[in-house]
Design a protein around this ligand. Structure first.
Ligand SMILES: [Zn+2]
Length: 426
């Protein structure tokens, strides 16, 4: 059936190219950590985009976390502009993938095609999205060779480890400044009929309780930091969790369970260090003189970070009141403010209209429970007109036998192409 739209036809006719590009990207094992083959994937994309008339830059984020001569943090930015004035529409994808893990029944870096699926680590998160955005851009440029404005594509490092050698670094260099880029789509795997407006906030902290070491046969001569931490955990369990459950958000977070404040106790460690691998002896009998937990608190756009922090302080102060000799330290590790694009923002309305046209259904608006590179575009780049939209099913990300659907990629490439048409067609 003809779609009566040369741009959509241009995407359809590139279906085989979309599949082979996705396979090529999967076959470059850009594992992070430690950050392998970043230069290789950037060069592969640069070669392709240069042939398509894009101006390409390879940028190494020198000195960022993880950057070394062995594992340099390479990023790619490609621009297509005719010099006619207009907005810049930017597609940002991370090119790194997480470790393979156990349980695969296919080659994680083979890019096997079976039916409508392409398998491999990063297929859905997010080499399929990266490939879809490139095909959309190529189809758009071929259909409207003298378009106004700019089509820009970036493939960036380290999203899986915080994005500091990728989008954060590029934003610091001004690549996401509002005078340079006006619209951003991040093709993370949120599914082809969903627009992800933003994410909840994050606060990571380390809490340490103090004690006094003594011989384990005479614990009354010491003071156990682990027992102190037990009291902290009881207080969190009995008072804080019920409080967090009552804090609901108007943000359309998916899955539903994340539509409230959440707290994960990421790790706990007390007393003697874990023995080295291969040690076959017994532990030494000691009273633990310190115990540490790492807290991962996810907060809502309706909450204030200072309040979020003071809830934990209150827990600790209450315990201090109850327990003689109790002392603690709390250390901030990491924080990200929640962000959410306006539903009336141009990138949101253009994407919603395109979804309706391609899929004949109304777009669903969602918010991500965890953060992704939008945080850096929002905070460092000061750009609010940014969403995540791309093919793939989020629950497959980081799983064994990860795959992306070919029809889903084609459909979302059509949506992205129509967004370009809406925002910068002649
Ligand atoms: Zn991702």
């Amino acid at each position: 059936m003809s779609q009566m739209n040369p741009l959509l036809d241009a995407v359809t006719s590139r279906r085989a190219a979309l599949v082979s590009l996705t396979q090529e990207l999967i076959r470059i094992p850009t594992l992070n950590p430690p950050g392998r083959h970043y230069r290789e994937i950037c060069e592969h994309l640069a070669h392709r985009l240069e042939k398509g008339g894009f101006t390409v830059k390879l940028l190494r984020a020198h000195g960022t976390p993880g950057d070394s001569e062995t594992y340099p943090r390479w990023n790619l930015i490609a621009r297509h502009s005719t010099g006619r004035p207009g907005d810049c529409v930017h597609f940002n994808s991370h090119h790194d993938v997480v470790e393979v893990g156990h349980g695969w029944t296919r080659d994680p870096f083979g890019g096997a095609v079976e039916g409508d699926r392409i398998y491999g680590r990063g297929a859905c998160d997010m080499k399929g999205g990266l490939a879809a955005s490139i095909i959309a851009a190529e189809a758009f440029v071929a259909t409207f060779p003298d378009h106004p404005g700019t089509v820009e594509i970036s493939a960036t490092a380290d999203e899986e480890s915080g994005g500091f050698g990728g989008v954060a670094w590029l934003a610091e260099q001004g690549y996401f400044a509002p005078e340079r880029v006006q619209h951003v789509i991040i093709p993370e795997p949120l599914h082809k009929d969903r627009i992800c407006l933003g994410h909840r906030g994050v606060w990571w902290a380390e809490v340490e309780t103090h004690g006094r070491i003594a011989h384990g046969s005479m614990p009354f001569l010491g003071d156990s930091a682990i027992r102190h931490m037990g009291a902290v955990l009881t207080e969190i369990e009995e008072r804080l969790y019920p409080l967090l459950e009552r804090k609901k958000t108007a943000m359309p977070v998916v899955p539903e369970g994340a539509r409230q404040s959440t707290l994960n106790i990421n790790s706990i460690h007390g007393g003697e260090a874990e023995p080295e691998a291969g040690y076959t002896g017994l532990p030494a009998p000691c009273v633990a003189d310190r115990c540490r937990i790492i807290l991962d608190r996810r907060f809502l756009i309706e909450e204030d970070l200072a309040e979020v922090k003071s809830e934990i302080r209150e827990v600790l102060e209450r315990v201090k009141h109850q327990r003689p000799g109790f002392s603690y330290e709390i250390r901030d590790l990491f924080e990200v403010q929640p962000t959410m694009a306006d539903r009336a923002a141009p990138i949101v309305t253009a994407t919603a209209a395109a979804i309706e046209r391609v899929l004949a259904r109304v777009a669903e608006y969602v918010v991500s429970p965890g953060t992704y590179d939008q945080k850096h575009i929002d905070r460092i780049g000061r750009l609010k007109n940014c969403i995540a939209y791309g093919p793939g099913l989020l629950h497959l990300a980081h799983q064994p036998d990860e795959w992306v659907g070919i029809q889903d990629m084609e459909d979302s490439a059509k949506v992205m192409a129509l967004v370009l048409q809406e925002l910068i067609a002649p």
